[in-house]
Design a protein around this ligand. Structure first.
Ligand SMILES: Cc1cc2nc3c(=O)[nH]c(=O)nc-3n(C[C@H](O)[C@H](O)[C@H](O)COP(=O)(O)OP(=O)(O)OC[C@H]3O[C@@H](n4cnc5c(N)ncnc54)[C@H](O)[C@@H]3O)c2cc1C
Length: 542
């Protein structure tokens, strides 16, 4: 008789998988733009990301969420947030890898693509700390609207040293950035902002009064904040500590009790005569901060692709080690269909994310066509990849059965995080509507078509889907109600085109057969029976 207390048939923890070198889909997604296969920096990030040490920090950082300390023991306002040591460890690694603003000052080739790959790989360890890393990356293009402010902040934001001391920026080894746009009465519609900005008489200096309903990572050093100046909504650089060493007024009211993203602090804050420095013209607030939003939207795509990838790897790993009904789960045809379908979704998300990052590199170099492509592809990708992620992660979680529902598996952490990238930085509808806005510029549609033309004739099903999109576009005026359908179709066509050109024929064919040429209901595991599941799955943990 078998010992009824013996622990058997439990999958071992996923450890020792290099998250960079063993990600074949990532390698294929990067190769067309830069040969990063031998990049030692990325291999190092991948090795640490898959290590026992790194993965052991994810749960504690989330199980011990940040704590707000509004006052010191004597009653002075301090407005500080205390974090678990695991949070600081994660942040220190991410900053050290240069995943924040370092690419903006780097002279290496393809710095944004390389950083995107690193961010995607490292975010698989723990997603919450990606928020301040991402906002620090994104602040730089907006800060460049003002030469003096950029000179003051960019070198510090690009530093690879993690320095949490509450000091003036000039006295620190490195700084981090956040953003404050959303108010109680309006988030998507920032024109409804009520916070005021009054010139102090000193050049470019204002006093801000009002609040922000969401302000994540309030512990960081500097924020880009929207407020109403005399000439309209404007953007301001708000430091936590002023140059003279005094704390700027930054009254943290509460930390949000969130569904997920629990390692990260998201606060409500009030400004009482808070000092801010105008960035860009008065009245040009949205135009100025949109450069920051564009960069954080890219990270929403990359962060969602990372969640999908980690969920996929966990699902494949588990089913390769767990048996039921006389065989490994990974060998059961129904499970193979589910896993292969998850792999397709993950691979398509990764391919689109890296394509966008490559467009950033080209656009930064002054390539107008790359900028036009990014303008249309970014809201498409933000809408679609982020929207697919909760479904994808939920299905991957189910592959672990009951174990997937238990915190120790790490899957609930991924699942709780999975809706977030679709909400912040422009929720689903807002991004779908932004696609319509982009389409009003002829160069945007042309950029999308040019990308699709690269594989025109390669697959009739894709050609037909592109034609469908063009027909839908014939009636773009008043098309708001159809914005999501259009955005989804355009995004899937883009993904299909990337997979045809840069992945294996099996992956591209199965993706198109299910997503474009079928009565696809979006449920995973409904690939045609003839799909070569194993060939697709062999790539999953290559
Ligand atoms: C964890 C977390 C952290 C955050 N951190 C920050 C931060 O650091 N800084 C910051 O500024 N904000 C932050 N936010 C706020 C976030 O960016 C907003 O919540 C988001 O932009 C949506 O704004 P809202 O909440 O006001 O929703 P609303 O604007 O009220 O939107 C509600 C719903 O209506 C939809 N909608 C809006 N307009 C239209 C339209 N015209 N047509 C159809 N549908 C529409 C939206 O898509 C959404 O689904 C954070 C949010 C979360 C959840």
């Amino acid at each position: 008789m078998a010992d009824p207390f013996a622990v058997t048939n439990q999958a071992p923890p996923l450890r020792g998988v290099n998250f960079f070198t063993r990600d074949a889909a990532l390698g294929d997604a990067l190769r067309p733009y830069a040969d990063l296969s031998g990049d030692l920096g990325l291999a190092k990030i991948g090795e640490l990301a898959g290590s026992e040490e790194a993965l052991a920090h994810a749960l504690p950082a989330n199980q011990h969420p940040p704590v707000l300390r509004t006052h010191d023991r004597y009653g002075h306002r301090i407005d500080e947030v205390e974090f678990h040591p695991s949070w600081h460890w994660l942040m220190e690694q991410a900053v050290g890898f240069g995943l924040q603003a370092a690419p903006w000052t780097s002279d290496r080739p393809a710095p944004h693509l390389t950083r995107a790959a690193g961010f995607y790989v490292w975010s698989q360890v723990e997603p919450g700390h990606g928020c301040p890393i991402s906002m620090t990356y994104a602040a730089v293009p907006a800060l460049r609207a003002d030469e003096q402010l950029a000179k003051e902040w960019v070198p510090q934001l690009a530093s690879t040293l993690y320095d949490v001391r509450r000091l003036p920026a000039a006295a620190k080894n490195g700084v981090l950035a956040g953003m404050g746009m959303t108010e109680k009465q309006g988030g998507s519609d920032v024109r409804a902002n009520l916070t005021t900005a009054t010139p102090t008489g000193s050049d470019g200096e204002y006093q801000l009064n009002g609040h922000k309903w969401f302000c994540s990572a309030p512990q960081v050093d500097v924020f880009l904040v929207l407020a109403q100046a005399p000439e309209g909504l404007s953007c301001f650089v708000v430091p936590r500590v002023l140059a003279d060493g005094n704390r700027n007024a930054f009254a943290l009211q509460r930390l949000k009790d969130k569904l997920g993203n629990r390692s990260n602090a998201s606060s409500e804050v009030e400004f009482h005569n808070t000092i801010g420095y105008r960035l860009g013209e008065e009245g040009a607030g949205v135009r100025t901060i949109i450069d920051m939003v564009a960069a954080t939207r890219l990270d929403c795509v990359l962060g969602s692709a990372a969640l999908q990838r980690r969920a996929l790897v966990e699902a494949v790993w588990h089913t390769r080690h767990r048996s039921a009904f006389g065989g490994l789960l990974a060998d059961k045809p129904t499970m193979q269909n589910v896993l292969a379908d998850l792999a397709l979704e993950s691979e398509a998300a990764t391919a689109l994310g890296m394509r966008l990052a490559a467009a950033v590199d080209s656009a930064v170099q002054g390539d107008a066509k790359a900028a036009a492509f990014r303008r249309i592809a970014l809201p498409l990708a933000k809408f679609w990849v982020c929207k697919r992620t909760p479904f994808m992660v939920a299905e991957a979680l189910e592959c672990l059965g009951g174990n997937g529902f238990v915190e120790e598996s790490g899957m609930p952490l991924l699942f709780r995080e999975s809706p977030l990238n679709s909400i912040w930085e422009g929720s689903g509808n807002v991004n779908a509507l932004d696609v319509l806005r982009a389409l009003r510029r002829p160069e945007s549609l042309e950029a999308w078509l040019t990308e699709l033309a690269a594989c025109q004739g390669a697959d009739q099903r894709l050609d037909a889907a592109v034609n469908d999109v063009l027909q839908a576009l014939a009636d773009i005026e008043g098309a708001e109600a159809g914005a999501r359908r259009l955005a989804a179709r355009m995004a899937v066509c883009l993904q299909a085109s990337l997979l045809i050109r840069h992945s294996t024929p099996e992956v591209a064919d199965a993706f198109i057969a299910s997503r474009l040429a079928n009565d696809w209901g979006g449920v995973f595991g409904t690939l045609p029976r003839t799909t070569p599941f194993q060939l697709i799955l062999d790539r999953a943990i290559g």
